[in-house]
Design a binder for this molecule. Structure first.
Ligand SMILES: C[S@@+](CC[C@H](N)C(=O)[O-])C[C@H]1O[C@@H](n2cnc3c(N)ncnc32)[C@H](O)[C@@H]1O
Length: 840
């Protein structure tokens, strides 16, 4: 492109020149113009280089020829020592060039290329001595490569040289077969270039030395590589060099990592009692949990010398208890159930509340309509999952879900996702006879009735008289009309009614699966609680099986469920029933959840137990739950009547002893449940997954204790009201605690303080409390009567009253009412004169 420069004389300027085509560009003469012939004269040094290059090319061509024509001769010539002579000959005649081939055959390391694979120099010294022999040759080669380098920088020259030699090369190649020529040419170039590349290789080695001065191991390899490099093109050499460097870097990085791993600080497991000396923060504990987890993950690698696995596990258990506020018993159980990684996930998930879910009451509305109505009220919701067509998950709401018009109209039930699973597994049919053995507060029972479309008969039973009220209330609200509600001890139900198509046993349990809802489970459960539940559950399950008719046309199924994750309350119970009755496990018809255990520690269960399912908060985002479905295939009992009676007796004894056993729960409850007393459990919120029986007992005890305290405060005060009141009151020892008690009361219920004071004045002293014999029998009887009345009064625990009915608000008022009633009751009995006497 562009115009050609013209170096002739300037054109004369004249008229009309602007209209003419613009002339070629003009340069100052000879500034950028090509050199004339006289200017092409080479300097002395350049001429030398050109001569050298010519000479080299001739040598290369001769070598090429020699290779192809005298291949066998090579070996001989390699051994030849007459290099200088041969070199001279090669310079003198092209025909004699083949004889010169040995010049390049012996490489700088002193052995032939053919042997280089197995020969290696032992030391650099040896290498140097061998090098000396080829010094002369090397000098030449160095000179050549230097020339080449200079020529590279002198582009024009090189181009010219190549042009000059191309013809010759082509000629020599034409002599041979084309393919051979190509292959041969390349091979030979690689063979012959040893001298040429010497300088490059040296410089390369220098570089490497600079970077890896102390890398002696690599030295030999490098030397070997040098030989190869001699045969390579510059770009190949550069590539190889780069690769070599990368390999070295990778090797170094690996070594460094290995060193850092080896030198990594070994986690120090604290000695027993070491923690007592220092103050541990929660972060420290958390870090230690992480460290121990890491050690246990690769015990062989990270363990501290002389420490056993059990020591680490013990420390981990302690730390987990501390961090997540569990007692050691429950933490040990969980550590047995879950793998370490799963355990962490489970514990973490249990710290977080599960999503709030509701179940559409299909007797009154459709899920779509309900969702629309609630969305209009500012509820953000979604269908719960594909597995249910009635569940909705609530993300957030601007209105309380237990007080919406839809709730009050019975369009939905607030119910945990896991609570829907047992009914899905039970799959009740229309017009069947179904028994819900432990029904209160009626979450699953109402679900059953809805699935049955209010047809057939649902028997909803619960042993707890108070809780059964919640069942009635919920059934009314939800429009259930096919239910018979009973309040019986379900263990005796086989003598009440049998022949059911299906039975649901949502058994009382320890509630270890619902710690996110009730964190007290973490610290209150003990071995005895588990044992107690296990015994009751076994008895209830055998009864449930006995109540089912194996010949039912549509059913013959029993579903067993708990909100516990302990195998003792789940797989153990089912395994027991499989042995004692003609039942088999069948699939639940739920396609998620973990399979039930077929073995747990040293225990082995029936293989079909994998058909039962476990649901976990960390895997299913629902409360820990267990569901098993049994099919009764025969109404006969596979054990003899004696065995059956023996089993019954054994279970009864176990249950009785469990009840007599003092509660070892961490709250130091002193009271025990009377064996003959019905296992009255305290209320739960409607729709909330059920609390365990044991837990309910615990709550009951707490509540009763609180109430007893309250009553005692009211009725103990009259202790001071004896005739010796004035004497006693003067005694500082006797007075002090009483004053304290009064203060406590006034703090707790200021409104009733006056009445209490007046009661105190009138009441006779509690002789037993004072260590004296009671003066009259009537007084304790009266007290007992009132206490019993109180204990029979509806429980005031928040959980007892269905949250969704908004009753908890009344709790305080009820207490006040009760105190008022008591006050009035005692007031009416006050003799006036005593009051006046006291005033004086
Ligand atoms: C897990 S809850 C049932 C929850 C219920 N299925 C629901 O979905 O709302 C266990 C129930 O078993 C009851 N229960 C405990 N022992 C019982 C017994 N021997 N007979 C009948 N019911 C009993 C408790 O009162 C408690 O309400």
């Amino acid at each position: 492109m562009g115009r050609k420069a013209e170096y002739s004389e300037k054109q004369k300027k004249g008229p009309g020149r602007k209209a003419r085509k613009q002339g070629p560009p003009k340069f100052p003469k000879k500034s950028f113009a090509p050199l004339d012939d006289e200017d092409k004269r080479l300097s002395h040094r350049q001429k030398q280089r050109v001569a050298k290059r010519e000479q080299k090319k001739v040598v290369q061509k001769s070598k090429l020829k020699e290779k192809r024509t005298h291949q066998p001769r090579r070996q001989k010539e390699y051994n030849s020592e007459s290099e200088p002579e041969e070199k001279q000959q090669a310079e003198s005649s092209d025909e004699e060039v083949p004889k010169l081939v040995p010049v390049k055959k012996k490489n700088s390391n002193g052995f032939t290329d053919d042997n280089k694979d197995w020969l290696k120099l032992k030391s650099k010294k040896q290498q140097n001595t061998i090098k000396k022999h080829s010094d002369e040759e090397d000098l030449d080669e160095e000179q050549e490569s230097e020339n080449e380098f200079e020529a590279d920088s002198d582009g024009e020259l090189e181009e010219k040289d190549n042009e000059g030699t191309d013809g010759e090369e082509e000629e020599s190649i034409d002599d041979d077969d084309d393919d051979d020529a190509q292959v041969g040419k390349l091979d030979d170039l690689f063979d012959d270039d040893e001298g040429n590349s010497e300088q490059d290789v040296d410089s390369e080695n220098d570089e490497e030395c600079a970077t890896d001065d102390d890398d002696d191991d690599d030295e030999d390899d490098d030397d070997d590589d040098d030989d190869d490099d001699d045969d390579k093109l510059p770009i190949e050499r550069a590539n190889k060099k780069l690769k070599k460097r990368q390999d070295k870097d990778a090797k170094l990085a690996h070594e460094e990592m290995q060193m850092s791993v080896d030198q990594a600080e070994v986690f120090h497991l604290p000695e027993p009692g070491e923690d007592a000396d220092k103050e541990l923060s929660l972060q420290d504990v958390q870090q230690r949990i992480k460290d121990i987890t890491q050690v246990l993950a690769d015990f062989g690698k990270f363990r501290e010398e002389g420490r056993s696995r059990s020591e680490y596990v013990d420390q981990l258990r302690q730390d987990l208890c501390l961090y997540y506020s569990y007692n050691e018993f429950l933490m040990s159980k969980l550590m047995d159930i879950f793998k370490l990684s799963d355990l962490m996930d489970y514990l973490e998930a249990s710290e977080v509340a599960r999503p709030l879910t509701i179940r559409t009451n299909s007797l009154k509305t459709r899920r779509r309509d309900l969702a629309g109505a609630l969305i209009n009220r500012g509820v953000n919701l979604d269908p719960l999952g594909k597995w249910t067509n009635v569940g909705l998950v609530i993300f957030n709401s601007t209105v309380p879900l237990g007080a919406t018009p839809e709730y009050l109209a019975g369009h939905y039930m607030v119910q945990g996702a896991s609570s829907m699973l047992p009914v899905i597994a039970l799959a009740p049919q229309e017009n069947e006879r179904v028994l819900d053995m432990c029904s209160a507060p009626g979450g699953k029972g109402s679900h059953i009735a809805a699935v049955m479309k209010n047809t057939g008969v649902l028997f909803a039973n619960d042993a707890n008289r108070d809780r059964i009220k919640a069942v009635v209330a919920n059934f009314h609200r939800l429009g259930i009309v096919n239910a018979v509600v009973s309040c019986e001890d379900a263990t005796k139900f086989r003598s009440i009614m049998t022949g059911f198509d299906r039975v649901l046993l949502d058994a009382p349990c320890t509630g270890t699966g619902v710690v996110s809802k009730d964190p007290s489970v973490k610290t209150t459960k003990s071995e005895i609680d588990v044992q107690r539940c296990y015994n009751l559950q076994r008895k209830l399950l055998l009864t449930a099986i006995d109540c089912v008719d194996a010949k039912s046309a549509t059913g013959g199924y029993i579903v067993y469920s708990t909100c516990s994750v302990l195998p003792e309350e789940n797989e153990w119970v089912i395994d027991y029933a499989l042995k004692k009755r003609n039942v088999k496990l069948v699939p639940l018809g739920i396609d998620f959840g973990e399979p039930g255990f077929t073995k747990f520690r040293q225990h082995r269960y029936h293989p079909s137990l994998h058909l039962s399912k476990r649901f976990y908060p960390h895997t299913n985002n629902m409360d820990g739950f267990y569901v098993a479905k049994l099919k009764k295939f025969s109404n006969t009992i596979p054990i003899t009547k004696e065995e059956q009676e023996a089993d019954e007796k054994q279970l009864d004894d176990a249950i009785a002893s469990d009840q007599a056993e003092p509660n070892t729960a961490a709250d130091n409850e002193e009271e025990t449940i009377a064996p003959e007393a019905p296992r009255k459990t305290l209320g739960k919120r409607a729709g909330k997954p059920s609390l365990t029986d044991v837990e309910q007992d615990l709550k009951k005890k707490k509540l009763e204790k609180a109430k007893t305290k309250y009553v005692a405060k009211v009725f103990e005060k009259p202790i001071k009201m004896t005739n010796k009141i004035s004497k006693e009151s003067t005694s500082p020892v006797a007075d002090t605690p009483k004053v304290k008690k009064e203060q406590t009361i006034s703090q707790e219920s200021p409104s009733s303080n006056k009445k209490e004071k007046s009661v105190k004045k009138e009441q006779q002293p509690d002789a037993q409390k004072n260590g004296q014999k009671p003066s009259s029998k009537a007084q304790p009887q009266h007290k007992t009567k009132l206490t019993n009345k109180l204990s029979q009064a509806p429980r005031m625990d928040v959980d007892e009253l269905p949250l969704l009915e908004g009753k908890p608000i009344k709790r305080q008022n009820k207490l006040k009412q009760k105190s008022k009633q008591l006050g009035q009751l005692t007031k009416s009995k006050k003799p006036v004169d005593r009051k006046q006497k006291f005033k004086k």
